[in-house]
Write a protein that binds this ligand. Sequence first.
Ligand code: SF4
Ligand code: SF4
Ligand code: SF4
Length: 197
Amino acid sequence: MTQEEQKEKKLEDIKKEADEKKCPVQKSLYFVDEFLSGPMCGKCFPCSFGSYEARVRLRRLAGGSGSGEDIAAVKRIASNMSEASMCKKGKDTAKYMLEHVDSREFTDHVSGVCAQRECMDYFKYTVIPDKCNMCGDCLDVCRDNAIIGEKRKSYLSGYSPFEIAQKRCSKCGECMKVCPTGGIVFVSVKESEIVEV
Ligand code: SF4
Ligand code: SF4
Ligand code: SF4
């Protein structure tokens, strides 16, 4: 197999892996990320510049800070790549983005919604203060030191419900599994609505 054939085969593998994701933003970001880390050779400007710029825009959308301008930019970049890329690899990458960028689930990200719950910056784990009995079970399982609170002692009063330090939380969900009172929930950052997991 020639080097070029190997790169084309790699692109087919990337597509299969991207297809396993459910969220169209995550699919596109995965495809472009992997394309840039392997098959993209940098020989032509529309593809090399375009895919780097598309990745910046897709990362914004996946991270919760994307705008309509980012979506328009992804469309524009992918259209340019589709027309002007020198080889099939650049054109296929553009095609993949164009297949997803117009979908409702893609554009909903601008409103703070990731329907497939794969863009984790759109969600957080949080403690319902009224349900927290300060048992400390969550503190014991959190490997990221993201739980803030002091275990209650029966002979002392004045304890406060536990909290989660969002910047340290890796969203593993272990605390929610062990909480005996159902006091830890997974919510959407935008709506503060509880999301089933
Ligand atoms: S379109 Fe093909 S030749 Fe051009 S940079 Fe991309 S991979 Fe290289
Ligand atoms: S496990 Fe639940 S009840 Fe216990 S301290 Fe944590 S949040 Fe509160
Ligand atoms: S989700 Fe994981 S990292 Fe975040 S507070 Fe719970 S146990 Fe810690």
